[in-house]
Design a binder for this molecule. Structure first.
Ligand SMILES: [Zn+2]
Length: 376
């Protein structure tokens, strides 16, 4: 894909382009950031630019033979490794190439996806994916070949933190001393989970969140949203396209989150214990995705009310209905309790992801909120 197809990331794009034009290409690079910021699309655009035979000053041409091959993910010097569900019934080693057509299809359909999306795509049972030692052997084999087209050989490892230790260890030496004209691109959601010995052998390129204004524009165009709605979602998703989409898809009617939040705050303010139990009951029967999104939404609202308290309402990125509520509610969020609110909702999210009992979790949350509100 071309840089112009990647949402936002203006500064990073020009940094990457400048580095290629100046021939300053580090042999092992770690693109790190949330998948919804566009780490993989950026890596693909970077590769295409690197291989392009008619580079423009701000993008690849999209028309030369190399561009075409990269676009189809069929360039002979471009290799991929990514987490897979190994086939335990086969005597043959299980490697990424077994899934290459799924990989191409996924990227063609939508290059913004994360490991959960990928696992769903390749395995109906959504079993745990991994990059095993078979893959590292394959990587070493591929990189020992001569470059077909005389330029770089590129190995893109997506979600390298899913490599098991045996696999990681086998790659240390080649990462340290790669063959000439070899480029490793590690694209990672959770770079801290990589072995330190791997991290230390790479040049780190941090992918920031998508600029909120640009993400909002994109959402408006693709989803027929008003600018206020799109601003609110972009800000709530903190520049993460996947989160923004999840939010829009999880409920056709976003007001479920607004309602849940407002009711929670009202009943906790009134110390109405019966209504609090009802609220916890109601949310505990929702799907887990809805529950998680609610927590993220609440975190967004806390940050926004904090902004409205300290900076004034002009910076708030919320809808009209939310704004009216926040104006009334903001006095109950202060320096005395904002940290507790945020860390409590963060913790709740953490435990929910790890399968905590949601009814107990949301009941406890109510009582904590009640305490915090009255500390303001
Ligand atoms: Zn080109």
């Amino acid at each position: 894909m071309r840089f112009k197809e990647v949402i936002g990331q203006q500064k990073l794009k020009s940094d990457l382009i400048r580095a290629v034009l100046a021939d300053k290409i580090s042999h092992a690079q770690l693109f790190s950031g949330q998948a919804g910021f566009g780490t993989l699309p950026l890596a693909l655009a970077y590769i295409q630019f690197l291989f392009c035979e008619q580079k423009q000053t701000d993008d690849s041409c999209g028309e030369c033979a190399s561009c075409k091959k990269v676009e189809k993910l069929q360039h002979p010097d471009l290799h991929f490794a990514f987490p897979i569900v190994p086939n335990e019934n086969s005597n043959k080693p299980s490697i990424s190439d077994d899934f290459i057509s799924d990989w191409r299809e996924q990227i063609r359909e939508n290059p913004y996806f994360n490991l959960v999306d990928w696992t769903k795509k390749i395995d109906v049972k959504e079993r745990k994916t991994v990059i095993r030692v078979d893959e590292s052997k394959e990587i070493l084999r591929k990189l020992s070949l001569k470059s077909f087209e005389g330029s770089y050989k590129i190995m893109l490892i997506w979600n390298p933190e899913e490599m098991n230790t045996a696999c990681s260890n086998k790659l240390l030496k080649i990462l340290e001393e790669p063959p000439a004209q070899t480029l490793f691109l590690l694209v990672s959601d959770k770079p801290d989970n990589l072995l330190l010995t791997i991290q230390s052998r790479t040049q780190k390129i941090r992918i920031p969140k998508i600029e909120l204004a640009l993400l909002s524009l994109y959402l408006q165009e693709k989803n027929q949203l008003t600018s206020v709605q799109a601003d609110s979602i972009a800000s709530f998703a903190e520049g993460n396209l996947l989160l923004a989409k999840e939010f829009m898809e999880a409920s056709v009617n976003q007001s479920i989150y607004v309602d849940l939040f407002m009711v929670l705050m009202r009943v906790c303010y009134k110390k109405d214990v019966i209504a609090m139990m009802d609220w916890a009951e109601k949310i505990s029967v929702e799907g887990k995705e809805t529950q998680k999104l609610f927590l993220i939404y609440a975190l967004h609202m806390f940050r926004q009310s904090n902004i409205s308290n300290y900076i004034g309402e002009s910076l708030m990125r919320v809808s009209k209905e939310e704004e009216e509520f926040l104006v009334k509610f903001a006095p109950f969020i202060s320096g005395n309790n904002i940290r507790e609110f945020i860390s409590t909702f963060d913790d709740a999210y953490y435990h929910l992801e790890r399968n905590a009992n949601s009814k107990i979790l949301f009941t406890q949350l109510c009582f904590q909120v009640m305490r915090f509100i009255h500390q303001a």
